[in-house]
Design a protein around this ligand. Structure first.
Ligand SMILES: [Zn+2]
Length: 352
């Protein structure tokens, strides 16, 4: 072949491959392979390393029509039950013959947390499964799992939503995070995503790691790789309230409408409460904690939100709000050790 002919031939192959990929090819994550119009289940197999192997369940919903790839990930903290149950409910609701694009669902990343009822961390290595991204191939189980999720889910998707909530000990009001990166184009998309998701309290989170190799959080791993992503939180203290599950399911469907993966228009929140700063009240005492205010309460600066006693009932700490704002979450159990978080207060801003 002449050089010219060879180049033309090459271009033709590339173009047909691109068309085929968007419309007709199957899509594989882990052991789940779905052809267009199909839904497949399987596992991301995390091989044994310095500690045990694990298998993370994955669902691939491959739409009949072309469209973006949306990743939905829940259960990094396996006892934030409302968020895990929300994605479980979503699995049968998504009909691949009606969807444009592809949905990857990881409903329960941290299986041992869920099974052993251990909050905050993966009991296998004692690490939070939302702090070690982009992960390490030769690290502990959390790091190896994070590495494979980065490779197989984050790098393969166009958009991502990470689901959380109040953990077993967290009495939390639902809210979402808008990651404001400074990249105007990406920030416009993520803002549309949080508004379409519909939770009416939105934290503006601007001081996030910018280095994709030290991204820490899952949504930040996607955002630092140019894939717009948000995190959402609903549910608290081990409960699975229908209204929390509904908010997470409806929010997801609304974001899918925003991206034209489903017919219809998104239902966007019109006047959200924007939170510009979070004040963490930490305990400098060990003992019993007693809350005075509930999640979602609006407090003034200096207002008492709870107190700590020693083991004999003597008050050792009165916890007060450092600024006016909304109680995003407050410790929901009596166990309190020095350094633990008593409450997070969100300061309201007018213009995000
Ligand atoms: Zn969480």
């Amino acid at each position: 072949m002449t050089r010219l002919f060879r180049n033309l031939f090459h271009i033709t192959i590339v173009l047909s491959a691109a068309v085929g990929f968007s419309q007709q090819s199957s899509f594989t994550v882990g052991t789940a392979t779905a052809a267009p119009g199909q839904k497949a289940t399987g596992f991301i197999e995390v091989p044994a390393g310095v500690d045990a192997a694990t298998s993370i369940p994955v669902v691939v919903v491959r739409g009949s029509k072309p469209g973006p790839v949306l990743a939905l990930v829940s259960g990094a903290h396996g006892t934030e039950y409302a968020s895990v149950v929300a994605l479980e409910k979503l699995i049968p609701m998504l009909d691949p013959t009606q969807i444009s694009g592809t949905v990857i669902i990881l409903p329960l990343v941290n299986i041992q947390s869920f099974l052993q009822k251990v909050p905050h961390v993966n009991p296998v290595d004692g690490k939070s499964m939302n702090r070690f991204y982009p992960g390490k191939e030769d690290g502990t189980q959390t790091e190896r799992a994070s590495f494979l999720i980065t490779k197989q889910v984050v790098e393969r998707c166009d958009y991502l939503i990470d689901y959380h909530g109040g953990d077993l000990d967290e009495n939390l009001r639902s809210y979402s995070y808008w990651p404001k990166s400074g990249n105007e184009k990406q920030d416009a998309i993520t803002q549309q995503m949080v508004l379409a998701f519909g939770l009416d309290h939105i934290i503006v989170w601007s001081d996030r790691p910018k280095d994709p190799n030290a991204s820490r959080y899952l949504d930040n791993t996607a955002n630092t790789r140019g894939k717009p992503a948000i995190a959402v939180e609903a549910g608290y203290s081990g409960t699975v309230k229908p209204e929390d599950v509904k908010a997470l399911v409806e929010g997801t469907l609304s974001v899918m409408r925003l991206f034209k993966m489903l017919p219809g228009a998104p239902t966007s929140v019109e006047h959200p409460v924007w939170i510009g700063k979070i004040d963490t009240i930490a305990s400098d005492q060990t003992g019993f904690f007693y809350p005075i205010v509930d999640r979602g309460t609006y407090v003034e600066q200096g207002m008492k939100v709870g107190y700590v006693t020693d083991y004999f009932g003597n008050i050792t700490l009165e916890a007060r709000a450092p600024a006016a704002g909304v109680v995003l979450y407050i410790c929901g159990v009596p166990s309190m050790k020095k350094g633990d978080t008593i409450a997070n207060i969100g300061e309201v801003v007018k213009n995000p």
